[in-house]
Design a protein around this ligand. Structure first.
Ligand code: C2O
Ligand code: CU
Ligand code: CU
Length: 436
């Protein structure tokens, strides 16, 4: 990052041997690594990425959660970068861009789950030196999952796995199987956790340790909370403040029942693995001085749209048409339609606040993701949320609904919303929204 706030990055996408899960495996990667490099920028910066595609197939790039323009060569998911070609992307972060944890991954419809599961993801951190938390160490923990065959190749998903949303046999942290994280008692750490799994939901615990959630999806929380009960759907991030206590603790991912194409009971038959809790990292805390840590300053109250007048209300409905599915995996729809990049599904007026209710008339959970504009979650399943909660992916439970308010501000243009179970997105659960 140069002094004038420009970060120039070259991301080369290739398939090859990578050090993944403790072995040499043939995966995809950015710059020869899984995950790709962590990109660090600040509000007001320009992030320039040259994406070089060394694959035999097309790809593209999406900066998940960044509040940047969806047009031109910015966060334009309609662009396709052909095999052997490259594309220059330029993202200009507004001066008031929130600090927090974001990430990048490919977004070429029909191939997103395969490419991400194959190894294409990386973290983006937006720093704000004026709001740095008083921590002694910061870690970025990109959690992903993967299934490898005996010769170290990524196993392709079967048709039922695509319907269900594939889950890998191995759960990785920064590309590694159950890494050891060394820490010192008496210190304070900031953990930036990214759920970069294609479909797996993460319900994490770190038994015996003092953990506070201070941020979610790139927004600082008005009030910290415990880790209990916070489920990260694919795409979600959580910023955790950990004050390590001497000893050894497991970072554990607990199974989440997200339903199945045939309902909850039969769906679980389709899930790979045994469905039990998995230790995904070991935290080993050695003795340290009992330091006097400055208190974590209270966050400014997040923006609250609950009393704002809304200029439009709309309802979007996720459905899984069983007939279409049986006939070969179709039937994953929003408002009865599968994705068509040439159709405009929602037309909103730039500069207005809208209230959207997303309903789920299907037996599986679908995490709803909107690009460009963050959403304030108002109600989940009819129960209002007590604190302003800003997310860019919000789970819509099977048979349930969520209500959000969206300020369509700053950036006009055309982009998408979709289910972030990426197999469902590839099967058509995506729509387009235009703000003008
Ligand atoms: Cu994480 Cu539309 O993407
Ligand atoms: Cu996104
Ligand atoms: Cu879905």
């Amino acid at each position: 990052r140069s002094a004038d706030g420009v970060l120039d990055v070259r991301l080369e996408v290739s398939r090859g041997l990578h050090d993944v899960a403790g072995r040499q495996a043939t995966t995809l990667g950015y710059n020869g690594g899984v995950p790709g490099p962590t990109l660090r920028v600040r509000a007001g910066d320009t992030l320039r990425i040259e994406l070089v595609n060394r694959l035999q197939e097309a790809t593209n790039l999406h900066v998940h959660g960044l509040h940047v323009s969806p047009e031109g060569t910015a966060d334009n998911v309609f662009l396709s970068v052909g095999p052997g070609t490259s594309q220059q992307y330029e993202y200009v972060l507004p001066a008031d861009h929130p600090a927090g944890t974001f990430w990048y991954h490919p977004h070429l419809h029909g191939t997103v789950a395969d490419q991400l599961f194959g190894g294409l993801y990386g973290a983006i951190v937006v720093d704000d030196p004026t709001q740095d938390l008083p921590v002694t160490r910061e870690r970025t923990l990109v959690v992903s999952d993967l299934t490898l065959d005996g010769s170290g190749h990524v196993v392709a998903a079967s048709a039922p796995e695509r319907m269900m949303g594939r889950e890998g046999d191995l759960v990785l942290v920064n590309g590694q199987l159950r890494p050891r994280l060394d820490a010192t008692s008496g210190e304070r750490e900031l953990w930036r956790v990214v759920n970069a799994c294609a479909s797996r939901f993460l319900d994490l615990s770190l038994a015996g340790q003092d953990v506070r959630v201070v941020g979610r999806d790139g927004a600082r929380l008005g009030r910290d909370s415990g880790l209990d009960g916070i489920v990260l759907t694919p795409g979600n991030r959580a910023d955790l403040v950990v004050e390590p206590t001497e000893g050894r603790s497991e970072l554990t991912a607990h199974p989440v029942d997200r339903g199945g194409p045939m309902g909850h009971m039969m769906g679980s038959d389709l899930l790979p693995g045994d469905g039990g809790p998995v230790a995904i990292a070991d935290l080993v805390v050695g003795p340290g001085p009992t330091a006097d840590l400055a208190p974590v300053p209270a966050a400014p109250a997040p923006r609250d749209l609950r009393d704002t007048e809304v200029s439009g209300r709309r309802t979007l409905t996720f459905r899984m048409g069983m007939g279409g599915m049986m006939a070969g995996g179709g039937g994953f729809t929003i408002d009865g339609r599968t994705f068509d990049p040439d159709r405009v599904d929602q037309q909103v007026r730039l500069g207005t606040v809208e209230e959207w209710t997303i309903r789920n008339d299907s037996p599986m959970d679908h995490p709803f993701h909107l690009h460009v504009w963050p959403m304030q979650v108002l109600a989940v399943g009819g129960s209002p949320v007590s604190e302003p909660l800003w997310l860019d992916v919000v789970n819509v439970p099977a048979g349930g609904a969520v209500t959000v308010r969206v300020p369509f501000e700053d950036f006009g243009g055309r982009t998408v919303y979709h289910c972030h179970v990426l197999d469902h997105e590839d099967l058509g659960m995506m729509g387009t929204v235009t703000a003008r």
